[in-house]
Design a protein around this ligand. Sequence first.
Ligand code: NAD
Ligand code: UDP
Length: 314
Amino acid sequence: MKRILVTGGAGFIGSHLCERLLADGNDVICLDNFFTGSKDNIRHLLDDNHFELVRHDITKEYFAEVDQIYNLACPASPPHYQYNAIKTIKTSVLGVLHMLGLARRCNATILQASTSEVYGDPKVHPQTEDYWGNVNPIGVRSCYDEGKRCAETLMMDYHRQNNVDTRIVRIFNTYGPKMAVNDGRVVSNFIIQALQNKDLTIYGDGSQTRSFCYVSDLVEGLVRMMNNGQNFIGPVNLGNPCERSILDFAKYIIELTNSNSKIVFKELPQDDPVQRKPDITLAKKELDWEPVVDIKEGLMKTIEYFSSKLKEVQ
Ligand code: NAD
Ligand code: UDP
């Protein structure tokens, strides 16, 4: 049994990770400021003696005795991370500094949730970990992209300078139950719009591509990376390479939900990446990991979840 801190543990991915770590027999501290996370995501864990919930903001120091830290705290959806851009970059930079300080004091292993956004609007396709990216440092996405890039830098500097046991994963678009209804990312927007027979809002002409990974696959990758040993510290891409255009994705959601929705086209946000697909050769080789959940299966579970969420609010 390990004592494990999950920052952002009440969020979408964090709550699935807390469930998984408890099921594996660990003691889990879930730390969250509830900016985008929700108690609903972890309410069912509150009676478990091995689970502890802490309301805290990682831009402030936090002390505990732990063996492992998964640093997931950070809003991940563009409307949420742009809502208070300065706070977002503080969360990434000050947050990781505080968690690295904690890891150093406790001699804990720390895993940083980085992102495919470190590749920006990528000129290399599919994206490999040795690609340095094409990021606008002064655009509306920079608070997130550059915050995460700086967090990676700090992870590597603490590793080289202070011997902290670090792991970096670059997460690609992940979806599944427990995403917030107001999340604003494409999967939740399209499913909710389709379930309500409202127009699906495509930003731009829909030719941009993304590759969607189901959350249980991602969580498996996180746990493998954390427990993989010091010979491979990353960065490693975690995502599902099945790439599709946003227009095709919209049509597929309409089909899966049997919806009467139409598609409408809205303005493309600034710096929206044109294409994105992970090269997961490294994850396969080093972690023996690859996604196993088929997109239809994953989307049906997600549609079921949003359908029951919408009934709750009716
Ligand atoms: P999410 O918004 O659902 O979860 C983030 C959680 O962090 C929320 O519970 C939020 O309340 C909490 N949080 C935010 N700022 C905080 C702060 N200052 N102090 C404490 N808690 C704070 O997003 P998610 O999709 O679950 O993403 C989790 C992590 O994975 C993030 O770091 C994100 O950047 C990364 N990631 C996610 C994806 C994806 O597709 N879901 C892709 C790439 C990277
Ligand atoms: N998108 C869209 N309609 C929406 C939400 C998003 O067309 O209602 C597009 C968005 O412009 C982007 C893609 O879908 O090209 C994925 O967006 P998301 O916010 O999910 O993630 P990210 O851009 O961070 O990959």
